[in-house]
Design a protein around this ligand. Sequence first.
Ligand SMILES: Cc1cc2nc3c(=O)[nH]c(=O)nc-3n(C[C@H](O)[C@H](O)[C@H](O)COP(=O)(O)O)c2cc1C
Length: 347
Amino acid sequence: MSAQSTPIHIHPLEALKKNPFVLAPMAGITDHAFRSFMRKLDASVVVTELVSATGIEYKSERTLALMSYEESQRPIGIQLFGEDPEIIAKAAKVAEEHGADFVDLNFGCPVPKVVKKGAGSAMMKDLDLMRKVLASTVKAVKIPVTIKIRTGWEQNSRNALDVCNLAYDEGITWVAIHGRTRAAGYAGLADWDFITDVKAKTKIPVLGNGDILTPQKAVSRLKDSGCDGVLIGRGALKNPLIFADALSLWKGQPLRDDLKRNYAGIFRDLSEAIKAQSSEHITQIQLKKFASWFSTGYPGASAFRKSIFQLKNNDEVLSCALEFFDSIGDIDQEDTSHEEFLMGGHG
Ligand SMILES: Cc1cc2nc3c(=O)[nH]c(=O)nc-3n(C[C@H](O)[C@H](O)[C@H](O)COP(=O)(O)O)c2cc1C
């Protein structure tokens, strides 16, 4: 854990001006290792996976471990979820003391265990409670507070604009909108027309999110929606160069040539980051998951996945992955956007 007494903060909005492409939080994925890896590959801002405010209150070791980061990850946000304004505010204070650059509140999680208690996306049905949460959290900390929402609870109650205006009144720094309702889960496509409309009608900075799978799409979504930034989640799991390439395209510059499309080298970097943070067992799970996601759309991907999941030894897993990624050379990744991919998550 690298909390320090006087962190040199980077304001997340300042970071967006130089690079508007943000790594979306994903539970079990955007952990310490993956965030460090993605910052090196040009994600501008990173956020932890969702952390329970109640878990922080009870000083649960597993919960506190989710807040681990290193300086190179700045600006780093710690994402909290909960339903009690005072407990969330206290947890935000802990996140601030821990050195986070900002606190992000999760109002997008559709998972029954979370919404049953009134947390996550359920808070979009109770804006009085949300106002209390925002007010108590902003009051408790000096660092910026951001929120992440869905378009609404369901199709006929899409109140993202009301939430944005409420957030503006309460001094929130930005609202990230995943362009689906809670009812939609991960089905269908994110509604970027809706996001564009909300952005045009509110004063608060808005980040759009949903189904950005290519660097070209990242730039066109940003420009067409007028958003202040975009969040990319699953797209980074199919293509870890999505941020680096989007940033180059956005700036009108040539693609980063230090990367040389060297997927084996890129995978080796990720494996080093994972090994440094995880037990042997977790390392193996993560290596297999990332290798199979990154292989999407390349020739031989499905045979590769089958063989890697049969291996039991970390060195074998790594060399199997490196051999596959070496074999890609400069073959282009096939467009697999029509295929279902990770259709569930906490936001
Ligand atoms: C496996 C998984 C885990 C997720 N965990 C979180 C989370 O902890 N917090 C959150 O706000 N959103 C979470 N999300 C939602 C993503 O941040 C994002 O809003 C969603 O995946 C849509 O963006 P994408 O199409 O770019 O992936 C998760 C999504 C997935 C697929």
